[in-house]
Design a protein around this ligand. Structure first.
Ligand code: COS
Length: 386
């Protein structure tokens, strides 16, 4: 059955098939081990780059595939069904740093960073949050001070996805002065590379889920950043981050739907195999009702996501849609993985079956790139803004 709102184009079917085969051959055999060892497999980056999957929405002019958002999300869901850690690396790279460089980067910056990122030769990261600035992102404290033809940055960034393996970090820092604070308008974006003196990965998080995706803190100590690493205009960094998160949240929604779809399939297969009280458990209404609710929620979340993606590609304002898509998809992932464990019973609670990993991986989709509470605030605000 096709789940898309409209029939997939031949190109979309081809990309979906490529993503599915790649996930089955190159990821599935190792996922459990990578999760257990918290291992980020570096060879995946050039392999995904070769397929064009690290430049999906980058125009061909900048060495990308030039795909639309829907096609990108269809591929991302396929990867997430097999490994949500690999999916978040793809989602962050494709939705945040590459899109920021494409939209606001100079031609020089595109040549130097965007093109190699689109080819998969450099991995991109996004650094907005700080230990004391999570949901209240505009309260970030990392300070950038102009010094001749450099900026000097001091501060700590938190929850940076792919951080140990990142080559290019789009980092937000304050460029207003302590005596003249300008709130969200006092923030700018810098293109940071690990070779800059004063750059350090200061901590790797030991996480509940997405264990094969390294999440780190970065520390900037008198880090001298050449002035040509400023992205766009001084004071616009928060707006860039918010607009980019409108894209990013669609990627996280696709990741959540991939996790949910995998849990639904695992649970349905298990229910068709497991016998209790002399019959297959899929013959009990208690199990049928659970599977029906799970399937209905996955289909609804996917429909809203695909609608949001096509609205974005038509150039419509999509802040509210992306927040809705992420909210519904992440809560669906948590609901579906919880029900899947219930269907598996004790076997769902042990690492022998993959639903345990899906449950752990699902949780963070309700937290990162804006918690469910932040999504509800964004949705409610938009009701009054237009
Ligand atoms: N697109 C474009 N501009 C946006 C925007 C969006 N989606 N959201 C906010 N802005 C703009 C506003 O229009 C405002 O611009 P002006 O200065 O021109 O008025 C500016 O940004 C400040 O916006 P606002 O006043 O709404 O900022 P708040 O501090 O109230 O924060 C929320 C708004 C809560 C929505 C924001 O802080 C947020 O999304 N927090 C979650 C952060 C997050 O997702 N972190 C995860 C990082 S990845 S691990």
């Amino acid at each position: 059955m096709s789940w898309a709102l409209t029939p997939l184009t031949e190109e979309q079917r081809e990309i979906q098939k490529t993503a599915r085969e790649f996930a089955q051959q190159e990821i599935a055999p190792y996922s459990e081990q990578w999760d257990r060892d918290s291992h980020f497999e570096p060879s995946l980056v050039p392999k995904l780059g070769e397929l064009g999957f690290l430049g999906m929405m980058i125009p061909e002019k900048y060495d990308g595939l030039g795909l639309d958002t829907l096609t990108y999300l269809i591929a991302l869901e396929e990867i997430a069904r097999v490994d949500a850690s690999v999916a978040v690396m793809l989602s962050v790279h494709n939705s945040l740093p590459t899109q920021m460089l494409l939209k606001w980067g100079s031609e020089d910056q595109k040549e130097r960073f965007l093109k190699p990122m689109a080819r998969g030769e450099m991995l991109g990261c996004f650094a907005l949050s700080e230990p004391e600035a999570g949901s209240d992102a505009a309260s970030l404290r990392t300070q950038a001070v102009r010094d001749g033809d450099h900026w000097v940055l001091n501060g700590t960034k938190a929850w940076v996805t792919s951080g140990t393996k990142g080559d290019v970090f789009l980092a937000m820092a304050r460029t207003d002065s302590p005596s003249d604070r300008r709130g969200a308008r006092g923030i700018s974006t810098f293109i940071i590379t690990p070779d800059l003196p004063g750059f350090a990965v200061s901590k790797k998080e030991d996480k509940m889920g997405l264990r094969a995706s390294p999440t780190v803190q970065l520390h900037f100590a008198d880090m001298r950043v050449p002035s040509n690493r400023l992205l766009g205009t001084v004071g616009c960094g928060f707006i860039y981050a918010m607009q980019s998160l409108d894209n990013g949240r669609l990627g996280i929604a696709a990741q959540a739907i991939g996790i949910a779809e995998a849990a639904l399939r695992q649970a349905a297969a298990y229910a068709a195999d497991r016998k209790q009280f002399g019959k297959l458990i899929k013959e009990f209404q208690a199990i049928q009702f659970k599977l029906a609710d799970m399937a209905t929620r996955v289909a609804s979340a996917r429909a809203l996501l695909h609608m949001s993606a096509t609205a974005k590609d038509r150039g419509e304002h999509m802040t509210q849609f992306s927040a809705m898509a992420k909210l519904l998809a992440s809560e669906t992932a948590m609901f579906v993985t919880t029900q899947a464990i219930q269907i598996f019973g004790g076997y769902g609670y042990v690492k022998e079956y993959p639903v345990e990993r899906l449950f752990r991986d699902a949780k963070v989709t309700e937290i990162y790139e804006g918690t469910s509470e932040i999504q509800r605030i964004v949705i409610a605000r938009e009701l009054y803004s237009r």
